[in-house]
Design a protein around this ligand. Sequence first.
Ligand code: IMP
Length: 432
Amino acid sequence: MPGTCVVGLQWGDEAKGKIVDLLGDKFDFVVRYNGGANAGHTVVANGKTFKLSLLPTGVIRPNVRSVIGNGVVIYPPRFLEEVGQLRAGGIELSGSLVLSDHAHVIFPYHMEEERLAESGAEGKIGTTGRGIGPCYQDKVGRRFGIRVGELLHPAHLRDRLRYVVPFKNRLMAAFANGHASALKPLDPEAISDEYLGYAESIRPYVTDTSRLLQDAFRDGKRVLFEAAQGSLLDVDHGTYPYVTSSSSLPSGIWGGAGVPAKNIQRIIGVVKAYTTRVGKGPFPTELDDGPEGLGERIRKIGREYGTVTGRPRRVGWFDAVAVRYTAALAGADEITVMLLDVLSGLPELNLCTAYDIDNERTTHFPSDSFQLERCRPIYETIPGWREDITAARTLSDLPTAARQYLDRIEELVGLRVTVVSVGPDRVQTILV
Ligand code: IMP
């Protein structure tokens, strides 16, 4: 049975959760393979609204097992808080949620390292402040990384933290020197006590998730992988260094869930009908046109504020150069276009079809930030539509201009549009 991946093809926040929701009960497993509590999604179940960052969006589905793979970084209090939030709302996850013993753990010094790094005058990434980058740094650096499985062995954990924390204290003192408030040194024993407390609550969820998933594929189970963040934030292929620290493309599944790529047979690329980005970094089609401008209008109508940090998202036109690039890297089979209704009422719409870089036209996406900074968008302008489209349920319910807009996105990206979302509600969807 096929594995399916739902992946955002822009800079995140493409409304992937709605696509996962629409796929509904077609899956036995939902899996997260990258990122951590830097993601944010709002899910509605039992008539209640839950704000989740770490658990997969599919977690609320009955009869679905949720897996947090080894490629995810875990902040234990956040994990327990989300599990508790769902339990208080009548959703019991014990038995249905599992957490990889190989996932790396975020400690207070990771958050502090990030705060210090981001408070410097230079070198800011505009991160979510959740300790994601420093935790992944320790993972690949190997000396200081601590995995979920290690939390379950008290003497071992204490030993590890007695080694790691004094080093981190020295590192943070050096980091703080001159550009940020000095930190009170952290105490390894206090951190051990705190994390051993979490460990007892986490223990029932911990398992070897790669084996679980390999068995699932062998038994013909249907498995859905949810990418966190967007492909342009992928650490290798995104707009480096303004990216996250994990592999958000489907290529991250093999490493981040222990599932060979040959098991993934359908890749659904999710895009917004326009583009948004949170944090720093180049954004060629950005509408940076002031409080009365189109950018602000789209931000307000689309409620474009970060779920995790509340920061206003940067807003711009649809960038077909960027999406063609990520669709190819992701191996997307189809695209779903979200938030089309947000563009209603604009007299004209711009689609970026190429870039001008130093007076040369290119349709190639230079993902290095220093090169992308120099790109100016080349637009094709097409007519907008005035009608409210939130009640459209088929393509023929859409105004001609909206259909032309979708057709042009299909042509430019080179993939069929299979779903169009015209509002936040599940029914506000056109299945093409
Ligand atoms: P980090 O993942 O917290 O290290 O942040 C690195 C960059 O990725 C920043 O620009 C963040 O705003 C961005 N980012 C991280 N997670 C998300 C997300 O879920 N949606 C959109 N942007 C994100």
